[in-house]
Design a protein around this ligand. Structure first.
Ligand code: G3H
Length: 528
């Protein structure tokens, strides 16, 4: 790889030495962890090295507990300024934040490209989608609040029903969408009146640093606390205190389970989890093959397959499997590999251990009878493994069971549709499926079954999370709670209401409360 990085994409060493606790940007003076990009550049001796981008604080448990205390004080058992504030005032803070965030677009996008090697178009998309998500969340909360700005009367009882915050949220995001998926948790959590402690993932960390100031300047002290470091020194001790009310995590179920296990009070802990998946593509005999190949390329290999929604196994009917395989393998070999700013479809893998892992999956499958169908499949470099199309795959192979989260595509041929259906029913996962075909007599009943095995059936298209207004969730080990602009507001809150028997004494008090502005909860203001 040449070291000629265009000027506009060059980065200088960035040592992030700040963290946010209780509205203060503190300087970290302890140990730090270097942040490398897996993008390799030539040094002056012609040797290729991964690129040092800077460093982040390797924070200790003491700071984690300080952050927890700040979040606890800001929530103050529901009596804090933030959880009792009028919805409109909280929305103003969020509006301020999103405006400030926009100013960091170029810096964050550049770091997305270097830290997680996402191509330029998708890096901009991630940033812009997050801004849209925040604006849509503000609008959705206004709609929700307008619906609550009233009284109900049933059985002689007046009720003023709203949604209230749950408490203190520990928010942990993934490396593949370090901005978008993390903010899809953090933003609804705080807008609903919760307070939060947020720790970025292992990769895609530096890009949070340019936003620290915007958080500090937009929210009251303690509402958002941002730490850097290792999970075991930060997340584990915070969970052990028992003061976390919501674990909001997008990542692997093993991390979610071990963190839940640390919490001493299980019924207190709510879960908002987006976990791994093994979304299948099912290709029926009458599928339009050219269209299907195109969708399967994007479904299996966008961002090198490092998406929880990626198609991770393809079931192709035996009558068309040879033709599909030929077209698909050719299309894979035609994909362009390059650096993120060259905007190629394939880019380096940010996790240093991923190429070896993918190679192991390929070797295991080949030992057990699969072939690599494409010429370039599995070609290794220090930070990449060219996508490998594996066929025929069966359940003796690791790639059949494991969420590969990388560039390898297992293909299985089936005779009877019960085969993929049974495999899905037996799977630990249940997020989405892509179904390719056109005969409604076949599709109809199939959709009826698939809708009960997963949470989104994509007809003749790749699996995906967006548009973000649609529900994003999964069955079994794939998710807990639902995330969409609309649903996330509900996932991070609870219905709570004031009830008052319909009599002159109470009604007089209610009227006075409504006219006095004494309560932020009881009000029928219409948020414009
Ligand atoms: O990693 C999982 C993401 O939620 C996938 O989102 O379908 O928009 O790429 P996406």
């Amino acid at each position: 790889m040449s070291n000629k990085v265009p000027k506009e994409y060059q980065v200088s060493l960035f040592n992030c030495d700040e963290y946010l606790i209780n509205g203060e940007l503190n300087k970290w003076k302890g140990n730090t962890t270097p942040v490398y990009s897996s993008i390799v550049l030539e040094d002056k001796n012609g040797n290729e090295n991964k690129t040092l981008l800077g460093s982040i604080p390797d924070m200790e448990t003491e700071s984690a507990i300080k952050a927890l205390n700040a979040a606890k004080n800001a929530f103050n058992r529901g009596q804090g300024y933030w959880p009792t504030l009028k919805v409109g005032e909280r929305l103003k803070c969020m509006e301020k934040f999103v405006e400030k965030m926009k100013a960091s677009r170029e810096e964050v996008v550049k770091l997305l490209m270097w830290e997680i090697c996402k191509n330029k178009t998708d890096s901009y998309k991630e940033f812009d989608r997050t801004v849209d998500y925040i604006n849509d969340t503000i609008d959705a909360y206004k709609t929700l609040d307008r619906k609550s700005a009233k009284f109900d009367k049933e059985g002689g009882i007046h009720a003023h029903i709203r949604r209230g915050p749950l408490g203190i949220v520990l928010c942990l995001g993934p490396y593949n969408y370090p901005l978008n998926e993390t903010f899809c948790l953090l933003i609804p959590a705080i807008i609903m009146g919760n307070t939060a402690i947020f720790k970025p993932a292992k990769h895609g960390v530096l890009l949070i640093a340019p936003l620290l100031k915007a958080f500090k300047e937009s929210f009251p002290p303690g509402v958002v606390n941002i730490l850097f470091g290792r999970g075991r020194k930060i997340a584990t001790p915070i969970m052990q205190t028992g003061f976390i009310d919501v674990l909001a995590l997008i990542g692997h179920s093993s991390s979610a389970v071990s963190l839940q296990d640390e919490h001493p009070n299980k019924n207190r802990l709510r879960l908002v989890l987006g976990l791994e998946a093994k979304n299948p593509g099912i290709i029926l005999p009458d599928a339009d093959l050219d269209h299907t190949v195109k969708e399967c390329i994007s479904g299996t290999l966008s961002y090198n397959g490092q998406r929880c929604t990626a198609l991770k196994v393809l079931y192709v009917h035996e009558s068309i499997v040879d033709e599909f395989n030929k077209k698909f393998a050719k299309a894979v070999d035609n994909l362009k590999y390059g650096l993120p700013w060259e905007d190629t479809f394939l880019t380096p893998l940010p996790e240093p251990s991923k190429p070896t892992y993918i190679k192991e999956l390929i070797n295991d499958a080949v030992e057990k009878g699969a072939k690599v169908l494409n010429k370039k499949g599995g070609k290794l470099s220090s930070n990449y493994s060219f996508p490998a199309v594996l066929y025929p795959v069966d359940n003796s192979m690791k790639v059949y069971h494991e969420e590969q989260f990388g560039p390898v595509v297992p293909i299985i041929s089936y005779k009877d549709i019960s085969e993929p259906l049974d495999a899905m029913a037996a799977s630990e996962y249940g997020q989405q499926v892509s179904l390719f075909g056109k005969d409604v007599k076949k599709l109809g009943p199939l959709i009826d079954s698939l809708a009960n095995l997963v949470c989104r059936v994509n007809l003749n298209s790749a699996c995906q999370r967006g548009p973000d207004v649609y529900p994003f969730t999964g069955r079994k080990n794939s998710a807990v709670s639902t995330l969409s602009v609309y649903d996330a507001l509900r996932s991070f809150s609870i219905r709570t209401f004031v009830a008052s028997k319909d009599n002159p004494y109470n009604n007089n008090i209610l009227e006075k409360l409504l006219n006095s502005n004494e309560s932020n909860f009881i009000n029928t203001d219409y948020l414009l």
